[in-house]
Write a protein that binds this ligand. Structure first.
Ligand SMILES: Cc1ncc(COP(=O)(O)O)c(C=O)c1O
Length: 469
């Protein structure tokens, strides 16, 4: 491929990103020279009338699967060794070829945000879904834009009892996942004239959503106690995104003194704080820290929660607790018109909570994940010992480790994928400046954790040896 390339995208029903990914993959498998340079993201996007996000996503996928390599400051190149394997037997059936590196051949997938499929309480869900349908659901009417009143009551009661918030059901808007909730927050805060601040390293998606809604971003460095409120003093920041209970990705907990200082700052500056409490239910070492929203001065906080980490990311249910002035804005806006989650899903989840299944489920999930977490921690320590520093542990669905023996983690990932092991790096999500391996344990059995970590560690040691020489 030269520097200017006009592509004929594969036909099909997938998204543009998927079609672009397939087109490039075909080219790599059948035409490209090993080591050939790919056009820059900007050039490919401009020449083909695609957005840079689309091209970036397709490149990221190809990169994650080992089809292409990234060289610092030079760009992307077709992987050298992959083609030697994949091109030679041209007559080989296509499916076989893809198997050598494709999804089907993945034996251990350490994806950091995966839940075990068996965690989902299918039988109970089925029973309650049928019951919800048998009730007097009005399929002829548009449901309440904020979400069903009974469901919001359940959420408010749970949050106030377990998460230490202070909220009423009529402050809650049921949303379809994080992007929906964060986008709604961005629209309601109306603080575009002042910068939006985010912990750094932090959740890049939050920054992207805010950018898409016209906000400029300021990064606030995370120290061993989270962000330092004093850093905000000299700024004009009008909105701040935080993960105070379990910082994403470093895992640190923001101490109460800093929480209070931030609330005081927000009150003085009339700024808004978005508190993302995404996975505080999954805490394996101590009781979850009560939410900032419930502290004195919590009136400037928009609290965001999700069912994705403990129940299922597939049902797409999250919620936003709004301070009263923003609730007023919401009521007057177009956002108030249509429900964001379908009625049967809301009613089923409401029954699930009302009948005590949710809290029982949480206890079960915590026990199961704690076992996997402990197994992962033990395996990493046993197999990699002082070659690693454990950066984040004790919660969530992944343990983050940094290399202390100089192992090149990008190279490790490239080599691992050829052996059916999928690894994930912090830089995929938080920018190049903060690198770590994110070892997800949620989707793997305890045996698979042991085996997968042992194989990864063997590769790690081999790569570090070549590096030492
Ligand atoms: C920091 C953070 N917040 C929120 C979410 C929840 O996203 P959603 O509710 O869209 O599944 C995630 C999911 O990975 C996350 O990492």
């Amino acid at each position: 491929m030269g520097t200017v390339v006009i592509l004929k995208l594969q036909e099909g029903s997938g998204t543009l990103t998927e079609r672009l990914y397939l087109t490039l993959k075909e080219w790599i498998l059948h035409e490209a020279e090993p080591g050939a340079r790919l056009p820059s993201i900007r050039a490919l996007a401009a020449e083909n009338n695609l957005s840079r996000t689309t091209v970036e996503a397709a490149y990221s996928q190809l990169y994650a699967e080992g089809y292409i390599e990234s060289r610092p400051r030079s760009g992307y190149f077709v992987a050298e060794d992959l083609l030697a394997v994949d091109r030679k037997p041209d007559e080989e059936p296509r499916a076989e070829k893809q198997n050598s590196i494709g999804m089907e051949s993945v034996r251990y997938d350490f994806y950091p945000a995966r839940l075990s499929p068996e965690i989902f309480p299918v039988k109970t869900w089925r029973r309650l879904s049928v019951r919800a349908l048998q009730e007097d659901l009005d399929f002829g009417a548009y449901p309440d834009g904020k979400g069903e009143a009974g469901f919001r009551e359940q959420i408010a009661s749970y949050l106030n009892r377990i998460r230490g918030t202070r909220c009423r059901a009529d402050q809650i808007v049921v949303c379809s996942g994080f992007i929906d909730a964060m986008g709604l927050a961005a629209e309601l805060m109306q603080a575009r004239k002042r910068p939006f601040a985010i912990e750094w390293p932090g959740y890049r998606l939050a920054e992207r959503v805010m950018g898409e809604h016209g906000y400029r971003t300021l990064h606030l460095p995370v120290d061993p106690q989270g962000i330092d409120p004093e850093r905000l003093e000299a700024t004009e920041v009008g909105s701040l995104y935080l993960t105070p209970s379990h910082q994403y990705p470093t895992g640190v907990t923001l101490p109460v003194a800093r929480r209070q200082a931030l609330l005081e700052w927000a009150r003085r500056q009339e700024s808004w704080i978005v508190e993302d409490d995404y996975d505080s239910e999954l805490n394996y070492t101590h009781r979850p820290i009560p939410a900032m929203q419930g502290l004195e001065g919590g009136e400037r906080v928009l609290y965001l929660g999700t069912f994705s980490k403990s129940l299922s990311p597939a049902i797409r249910v999250a919620y936003l607790v709004l301070p009263e002035p923003l609730m007023e804005r919401y009521r007057r806006s177009s956002h108030a018109h249509f429900a964001r989650v379908s009625l049967p899903v809301q009613r089923t989840l409401e029954l699930f909570m009302a009948e005590g299944h949710w809290e029982r489920h949480l206890r079960r999930v915590r026990t199961l994940n704690r076992r996997r977490h402990d197994r992962m921690l033990a395996a990493l320590k046993r197999e990699l010992g002082d070659r690693i520093e454990i950066v984040t542990q004790g919660g969530g669905l992944a343990i983050l480790v940094r290399s202390t023996d100089g192992c090149d983690l990008k190279r490790l990932r490239e080599e691992a994928v050829k052996r059916g092991i999928r690894l994930y790096l912090a830089s995929d999500f938080y920018g190049e400046e903060w690198e770590a391996l994110r070892m997800g344990f949620g989707g793997l059995s305890e045996e698979a954790i042991d085996e997968g970590v042992a194989e990864t560690a063997a590769l790690w040691r081999a790569l570090s040896m070549t590096h030492d020489r």
